[in-house]
Design a protein around this ligand. Structure first.
Ligand code: MRU
Length: 341
């Protein structure tokens, strides 16, 4: 399953706001429209946002090629795309990677090759996470996940759902419980849809059922995604992740996040510095246009929350599973000096 394709002329995005009712692809030839697709969540999920933004930079380069102020127009495009959503660091990571080439005077085709590489590498990292993550999944596992960290959210295969897919291929998965993920229902609309399509056993629950499910001994492990991880292992992910983490700790259930290195932000020391997106209150007072709260009620709508690293059992990455003390183990595996860059 894929949600992003590029044909050399245009970017095609599977409109995730219409799933699961309709599989509808939208065509983009303009970077401003891609920024709007990111903001309105036609495309969502940290890696998928980064990949789309990289292709959007190619669209900008095609638009501005030959212009006398090419560099400053490309900088405007970068800034415009960077303003689309604040939390997932993959957006800024991908824009920085593209921007380095722009500043070096690279051709449009070199930019296109870089965006395609970002796309390809993401799927490869997910496959590697699947391999390492499946090893920590117990037999007959009943796995709880939250939001959608699947093929739809990435360049393919998925991060947390990549681990589920690999473990399922090994015959280890008895059931995946998908938390529906209010307010925008990524768990219900996307995760349940993806897993059902792949014939992986999935049971949909509302978010407030997770505690009762754990108390009844029906969850062996939690694995979910990440939008940005700080240097100490604190991480932002979809609102509701923190509640699941606290519940898992209380019930002694292993709690993992799966993420590619493009989601790690070593420049941020701890989670308190991760910018948390707040979205418009209508997403809370209404459910897809249907009013569910009284007219004019006050709302609070953070799209993400921050889970402190103390609640994490381990971090599943493309280089292996990282365990505490996370500040040291993350730095050892992912700092630029260690990688020799
Ligand atoms: O608001 P969304 O749908 O973009 O939030 C997505 C998540 O929180 C995912 O868990 C995260 O981006 C990881 S996707 C591999």
């Amino acid at each position: 399953m894929e949600s992003i394709t590029w044909n050399g002329e245009a970017l095609y995005l599977l409109d995730q706001t219409r799933l699961p009712a309709e599989e509808y692809w939208l065509r983009y030839t303009n970077y401003r429209a891609v920024a709007s697709a990111i903001q309105t969540m036609v495309v969502r999920g940290a890696p998928a946002i980064g990949i789309s933004a990289a292709y959007a930079m190619v669209l900008a380069a095609k638009e501005f090629a030959g212009s006398p102020n090419y560099q400053s127009r490309m900088e405007d495009a970068r800034a415009f795309l960077a303003a689309s959503r604040p939390t997932a660091v993959n957006l800024f990571w991908a824009l920085d990677r593209m921007n380095r080439l722009v500043q070096s005077g690279a051709s449009v085709s070199a930019l296109e090759e870089e965006a395609a590489a970002i796309h390809r590498e993401d799927e490869a990292m997910n496959q590697a996470m699947g391999h390492y993550g499946a090893a920590v999944v117990p037999s007959h596992a009943r796995i709880l996940t939250h939001c959608n960290a699947g093929a739809l959210a990435t360049g393919g295969y998925g991060t947390a759902l990549g681990v589920v897919r690999a473990a399922h291929a090994m015959g280890k998965v008895e059931m995946v419980y998908a938390g529906e993920t209010r307010p925008l229902l990524q768990g219900a609309r996307l995760t349940a849809y993806e897993l059902k399509k792949d014939r992986i056993p999935v049971t949909l629950i509302t978010d407030n059922m997770a505690g009762a499910l754990m108390a009844q001994g029906k969850v062996d492990m939690v694995v979910l995604g990440c939008d940005r991880m700080a240097a100490n292992g604190d991480f932002a992910n979809k609102i509701g992740t923190y509640s699941v983490a606290v519940l898992a700790k209380h019930h002694g259930i292993p709690f993992y996040t799966a993420l590619p290195s493009s989601t790690i932000d070593l420049s941020i020391s701890d989670g308190s510095r991760i910018p948390i997106e707040e979205r418009e209150g209508g997403e809370v007072s209404h459910l897809f246009g249907v009013q569910t709260g009284p007219e004019g009620v006050a709302t609070w709508n953070p799209a993400f929350d921050m889970t402190p690293h103390e609640l994490l059992t381990g971090i599943i990455t493309e280089k292996g599973v990282v365990y505490p003390p996370f500040r040291e183990t993350l730095a050892r595996s992912f700092s630029k000096t260690e990688k020799g860059c």
